[in-house]
Design a protein around this ligand. Structure first.
Ligand code: HEM
Length: 429
């Protein structure tokens, strides 16, 4: 692969997948079965007990399930590269590849799939942007939008579809304000970015791939125009901070890197938080005594949300690829092995969490989950995600203490290897 391919944000070539010799092989495991999509945890527990590391023939990945092994992989970025984390799981059809082959579609890998030493060089600028100061600037906006969305729900009356009424718009609008996009473009931006996860982590058919690829191209062009506008006229937003840093040292933070950070961030910070909010309601609302306790005492919210990240995380896996021959949990694996990190299996490990399949808003070590990863690629948006979810839950508890799930609804989960949250969630009050 040429260096420009290595640095490209979207690598659409998929490396050959062969099982490492001597490794236990599972012929059935895949994340696309109805039972996994409905509830992955019983199967993950069985697999972890049988063989903590195994090769999934259907996925073409070495699957790692124990917390200690997940931590080893996350921490050793020299052996386990993150360069595959934005690669599509399944081959991209020619028509979609042609769309992304447009000459001006050239975002570069900047964070999750960028390697050292560049990753640390770039991350220091983005971490400045996610500082406490910017969270303070953003907090009143998060409070205002949460309140407005709840008011709109109340005005319309229940039952209400929570994802479209609150869970999806809120994090989208927050990340767009954080970046600095114009509020008038919100609906357009949401429509361009909403189905993006299927492209990389799902198994969309050819027409869907083309549709998503066209939106990715439109969105990239929008980001480039936006950064060019901000280049001329700065504001109090994250993009302006990045451009100021670029001006101060253009060799250390390239202009194309600024464009690519803006492009990647809206996705990284949107759908996952939407799923986080839905999962929080799914966990808490059926346990009425917990919801009542939260309505009476908002100080219970932060730990309850950590328990949501442990028990029903919006991100149940992540990926790596080995740079060199190595071994894990006694299994030898050659360079080039694709690794599937089952965060969900680690988060439900009984040796670490008492009664792991019980949801407990007061669990003392809830924060020991691995849902934000670990090591140099630790989630950049963890602080923002926590702040958004806390304010959202606080606002819902204050305004709708009788909030409840609509009984007997069937939830649908989008088939993919990594993200988890219902497509729709009916609530009432
Ligand atoms: C509950 C919500 C979220 C979860 C569970 C989550 C989870 C993760 C995970 C597992 C990683 C990979 C860590 C690793 O490779 O070690 C990651 C990376 C990242 N996340 Fe999040 N994330 C969330 C919200 C957000 C938000 C709101 C943003 C941005 C606004 C964001 C931006 C990023 C970025 C930029 C990276 C790459 C960091 C790097 O490579 O240095 N995430 N996230």
């Amino acid at each position: 692969m040429s260096s420009s391919e290595t640095e490209s944000y979207h690598k659409i070539r998929i490396p050959a997948r062969t099982p490492p010799s001597g490794c236990p092989i599972d012929h059935d495991f895949t994340t696309f079965t109805p039972s996994y999509l409905e509830n992955p945890y019983p199967e993950l527990a069985r697999l972890r007990e049988k063989n903590p590391v195994f090769y999934s023939e259907k996925l073409g990945y070495l699957v790692v399930t124990r917390m200690e092994d997940l931590q080893t992989v996350f921490r050793d970025h020299e052996v386990y590269s993150s360069e595959n984390v934005q690669d599509p799981v399944f081959p991209v059809c020619e028509r979609a590849a042609a769309v992304l082959g447009a000459e001006d579609f050239n975002p570069v890998a900047v964070m999750s799939n960028r390697q050292q030493p560049d990753h640390t060089r770039i991350k220091k600028y983005t971490m400045d942007g996610f500082s406490g100061r910017r969270m303070k600037v953003l907090e009143p906006y998060i409070r205002r939008r949460s309140q407005e969305l709840v008011d709109a729900m109340k005005e319309k009356g229940g039952p209400c579809e929570f994802v479209s009424a609150f869970g999806h718009p809120l994090p989208g609008q927050i990340i767009f304000r954080f970046i600095g996009f114009d509020e008038a473009d919100d609906d357009l931006l949401i429509s361009w970015t909403s189905n993006r996860l299927a492209f990389t982590w799902g198994n969309p058919d050819d027409d869907e791939q083309v549709d998503i690829a066209e939106n990715m191209l439109r969105y990239w062009r929008y980001c480039r125009e936006f950064v060019a506008k901000r280049y001329k006229e700065r504001a109090d937003d994250f993009t302006s901070e990045l451009l100021n840093a670029h001006d101060a040292d253009p060799d250390d933070l390239a202009y194309r890197e600024v464009e690519s950070i803006v492009y990647g961030l809206s996705f990284a910070g949107h759908e996952i938080v939407s799923n986080y909010l839905s999962n929080a309601l799914l966990c808490i609302l059926p346990r009425r005594e917990d919801w009542t306790a939260i309505c009476e005492d908002a100080s219970l919210i932060p730990n309850a949300l950590e328990e949501v990240l442990r028990f029903e995380s919006p991100q149940t896996s992540w990926r790596r690829i080995t740079n060199v021959d190595t071994s894990i949990a006694g299994v030898s694996i050659p360079a080039g092995t694709q690794v599937f990190l089952s965060l969900g299996a680690g988060n439900h490990q009984p040796s670490l969490f008492d009664s792991p399949d019980t949801f407990d808003i007061r669990r003392k070590n809830a924060r020991k989950h691995i849902s934000f990863g670990q090591g140099i690629h630790f989630c950049l948006g963890a602080r923002l995600a926590r702040l958004e979810a806390e304010i959202a839950l606080e606002t819902l508890a204050k305004n709708l203490p009788s909030l409840d799930l609509v009984a007997n609804q069937t939830l649908e989960y989008s088939p993919n290897i990594t993200f988890r949250g219902p497509k729709e969630l009916l609530v009432t009050w």
